[in-house]
Design a protein around this ligand. Structure first.
Ligand SMILES: Cc1cc2nc3c(=O)[nH]c(=O)nc-3n(C[C@H](O)[C@H](O)[C@H](O)COP(=O)(O)O)c2cc1C
Length: 242
């Protein structure tokens, strides 16, 4: 029997542009930790497959009111990981404004905290002025951001694999690296990144987080078909979406 998978896109006040003004809107919306945890627990009870939290790294007068203030979502998911048991935890991480070593390590940690429920929504961050928060001026061009994302994901996978078949217990009891299988450097040198590796975290329960992507452009859908296990689409008719 085919079963529908249910996911929930959690935002502080809701997706409607005026939802924060509704008389029954949550106090403090995206920064109401207690209510956020309550909602995650409700989703779990209701048998949802996953909770998704988006992210943006920029604030100005055009920002959706729901995104004026909200917690950094990966650390928030880490808390939710300890408050739930079965819910999938998908959260956004930008390949344009983080380093592969940092993000691979963070998602591996989330996968550990949650016993294998982490998912990474891979975004290239389209809002142009975001670069201004990261010592730049303009974001890299759309297609170039996807080229960078290719390398980023490639490196992340190699870093996650760098602990494959290594016994951390043996490593610790030997008090150092020894002759058997060790976490090996990846020695990656590409157009955008140079990363020695290995990762300094043991392999997580899933090995990799679930990879999720929401690109709609030609480059974006090609990227998704190569890497993504879940694809988000915002198309408004089913023929366009499939
Ligand atoms: C359900 C959904 C969630 C998204 N979440 C984010 C997000 O958290 N952060 C972000 O910068 N972009 C997000 N996006 C935008 C996409 O990453 C992507 O940039 C957009 O769909 C346009 O595709 P393209 O970049 O291939 O042109 C989301 C899109 C969808 C449909």
């Amino acid at each position: 029997m085919k079963r529908m998978k249910l996911g929930y896109f959690l935002t502080g006040f809701g997706h409607h542009v005026a939802s924060s003004r509704h008389p029954d809107a949550l106090v403090h919306g995206g920064m109401n930790l207690t209510k956020t945890i309550e909602q995650a627990k409700l989703l779990e009870q209701a048998k949802f497959d996953f909770l998704f939290m988006s992210d943006s790294l920029y604030l100005d007068e055009k920002t959706h009111p729901d995104m004026f203030t909200f917690f950094e979502p990966i650390s928030l998911m880490s808390i939710i990981a300890r408050e739930t048991k079965n819910l999938g935890l998908i959260v956004t991480g930008s390949t344009s404004f983080s380093e592969p070593f940092n993000l691979a390590r963070i998602f591996s940690s989330l996968d550990h905290y949650s016993d294998g429920r982490a998912g990474w929504n891979i975004v290239t961050s389209g809002i142009n002025n975001t670069a201004k928060n990261f010592s730049g001026v303009n974001n890299a061009d759309h297609d170039l951001r996807y080229d960078q994302a290719e390398e980023f994901v490639d490196i992340s996978k190699q870093l996650w694999d760098s602990w494959q078949d290594v016994s951390p217990k043996r490593l610790h009891s030997a008090g150092g690296f020894f002759d058997e299988k060790q976490p090996e450097p990846i020695n990656y040198k590409g157009d955008f990144y140079s990363v020695r590796g290995p990762l300094n975290i043991e392999q997580s329960p899933q090995g990799y987080p679930l990879l999720v992507q929401a690109g709609s452009s030609k480059k974006g859908t090609a990227f998704a078909s190569k890497h993504a296990e879940v694809v988000f689409t915002a198309q408004n008719d089913i023929d366009n979406a499939v």
